[in-house]
Write a protein that binds this ligand. Structure first.
Ligand code: G4P
Length: 577
């Protein structure tokens, strides 16, 4: 009876030729080798194709955030980008998350829309084969910390500047964060349909206030009532402005040479002459666009347009998909992790809690940094050193969330959580290093929490802990007497905390103002000197939510004096020493 492939072959041969097998063992070896090889190919090919597919998926992702001072047009631009991406069908679909007045009623209005705002805080859409993940950032300064954290999850940013108001304070602060992280930025100067500042002055202002070199990628022709359109310096196209036009069309004119008489026909003699003059000036003054400088955060390409009129948005998007960075490597405390590494890793940068108060569910927003995230797989929670399985991970598309089977580096996924996750947590396939770069900054306003319902102490503690995990504010617990002090960037958070403690946890509290200047994280090389300092200032020492030591400085002058008296101790304004 034939037992191996060679035997079968010989058996067949012997049936047909009725002769003896010429070299049974050689053919057998050849055939079994061939079978093994083809088996190997069958096994390896899918792995190779899978890997190629994996790398392609990473290469086609662009994850970015739009930042601006409130009212510059961030929501409008976001909406137009989604319209171009075909992710929404009509304007007005994106809910603004802005808070106009410093009032609790605005927050509650947003609270009501939480279901929507969760979906709209991350918007995924496809444009020309590129998967774009757009992260919304609150413009309101009281939520600045939320924006800082969101910026840790992006690979680039688009800054919206109002052409009438120019660069405003909040934009300066956000740009500071981009610079710290060397995040590449582009600028979109908006509202050209209004009589704004001179475009050269606006570029000067961006250079000075945002401390970054600029290269104009398009140039406006007139402004306000005389606004005729822009010349796209990047693609050498003329875009003519029609006010109130909401259609997304491609009506552009290729004008490679500005000397061409077609320019006069389109925009008139005087505007054509001015455009030629100004473009000649730009070419002389500003450096040619360098992709390398942009990628290193040294230069910002600048576009002009009017978001509400759909004007200049497509040009921004077209350039964006060409030059914006793909998912970038990120550092853990141990090493740099490349997105193309096969083992999954990611970190939590935002938490939305109690979306449905009846179910106490929280959703943690995770940036995938490396490998392929797969639903239902056991992953390693680095801080807790334990395995967790996420069976209903969610992806965010423009207006909805959907359960996903897998996600790739650059993607933002939502993980439902019952209290295991907090901002900054790293989840990996087994590796122990935590991602760095989600710092807390010293708050500006401090208030002591006073429990006003002794029967609900536990609820208050739980509520405070969970709200701090979400990053709503920072909690400092004094070593002496366990006094709890909440620190925030703005007044609004205190109202938000009080409201949520009451409605979500059934706890009630009052906030008692305390005179504090800054919370300074303590560091230094000499443990003896630190111990000495802590002993001497023990009444002013507290722990932050992660158990790190913090010096609660009452005034600026006092902090300076303490710094002089304890030269061996370092005082930091951010938790990331
Ligand atoms: P934000 O998210 O940065 O806070 O700004 P948002 O997009 O909400 O825009 C702020 C205001 O500026 C809105 O007007 C919006 O319509 C307007 N706007 C946006 N882009 C342009 C533009 O290109 N030109 C002009 N002229 N206005 C623009 P609003 O009156 O506050 O709200 P709405 O009633 O128009 O929605």
């Amino acid at each position: 009876m034939p037992t191996a492939v060679g035997d079968i072959f010989c058996a067949k041969l012997s049936v047909s030729s009725a002769g003896s097998c010429p070299d049974k063992s050689r053919i057998g070896r050849f055939l079994s080798g061939w079978v093994m090889l083809s088996g190997l190919i069958f096994l390896i090919l899918p792995i190779i194709f899978n890997h190629m597919g994996f790398n392609e998926e990473i290469a086609r992702r662009r994850t970015f955030g739009i930042i601006s001072h409130p009212d510059a047009g961030k929501t409008t631009l976001t909406e137009k980008l989604l319209l171009f991406g075909g992710a929404i069908k009509q304007a007005g679909a994106v809910k603004s998350s802005k808070i106009d007045r410093h009032a609790i009623s605005d927050f509650m209005e947003i609270e009501k829309q939480r279901g929507i705002s969760v979906a709209t805080s991350v918007m995924g859409f496809n444009y020309q084969g590129i998967k774009i993940n757009l992260l919304d950032t609150p413009g309101h300064q009281d939520f600045a910390e939320d924006t800082y954290r969101t910026l840790t999850a992006v690979d680039s940013a688009v800054i919206v500047v109002d052409s009438v108001k120019g660069v405003e304070t909040q934009t300066e602060k956000l740009m500071e964060v981009c610079r710290m992280r060397k995040t590449p930025v582009m600028a979109f100067i908006n509202k050209l349909d209004r009589q704004g500042q001179d475009p050269f002055d606006l570029l000067d202002e961006i250079e000075k206030k945002l401390n970054i070199a600029v290269t104009p990628m398009s140039w406006p022709i007139g402004m306000g009532k005389s606004f005729k359109g822009v010349y796209d310096l990047f693609q050498r196209k003329l875009l003519l402005f029609q006010p109130g036009k909401t259609k997304l069309s491609d009506e552009v004119l290729q004008i490679d040479d500005l000397a061409h008489s077609a320019l006069e026909q389109e925009i008139g003699d005087s505007a054509a002459a001015t455009l030629r003059e100004e473009v000649a000036l730009i070419t002389g003054v500003y450096p040619e666009f360098s992709e390398e400088d942009y990628m290193n955060g040294k230069v910002a390409p600048v576009f002009f347009g009017s978001a509400v009129n759909n004007f200049g948005v497509r040009e921004l998007l077209d350039c964006f998909i060409r030059i914006a960075p793909r998912p970038q490597p990120r550092n853990t405390e141990v090493r740099q992790v490349k997105p193309t590494e096969l083992d999954y890793s990611g970190f939590v940068f935002k938490i939305h809690a109690n979306m449905d108060p009846k179910h106490r569910n929280r959703i943690a927003f995770v940036r995938v940094c490396s490998g392929r995230f797969q639903r239902g797989v056991n992953y390693h929670h680095v801080r807790l050193d334990k395995k967790l399985r996420f069976s209903n991970a969610t992806a965010f598309m423009a207006q909805s969330k959907e359960i996903i089977e897998e996600a790739f580096p650059g993607d933002i996924i939502g993980l439902y959580d019952t209290g295991n996750l907090k901002i900054g947590d790293t989840i990996t396939e087994g590796e122990k290093g935590s991602y760095q770069g989600i710092p807390s900054f010293s708050p500006e306003i401090f208030k002591e929490v006073v429990n006003t319902d002794a029967m609900k102490t536990k609820q208050l503690e739980k509520g405070l802990r969970q709200l701090m995990d979400e990053g709503v504010a920072q909690l400092f617990t004094y070593e002496l007497g366990s006094r709890k002090v909440v620190g925030t960037v703005g007044q609004l958070q205190f109202e938000v905390i009080q409201h949520r403690l009451q409605h979500e946890y059934g706890a009630s509290c009052r906030f008692h103002p305390v005179g504090l200047y800054k919370a300074c994280w303590i560091g230094g090389d000499d443990p003896k000197k630190i111990k000495e300092f802590m002993k001497s200032k023990h009444r002013h020492i507290a722990k932050d939510k992660d158990g790190k030591w913090v010096f609660m400085a009452e005034t600026k002058a006092w902090l300076q004096m303490v710094q002089e008296n304890f030269p061996g101790v370092q005082f930091y304004m951010t938790s990331e020493l």
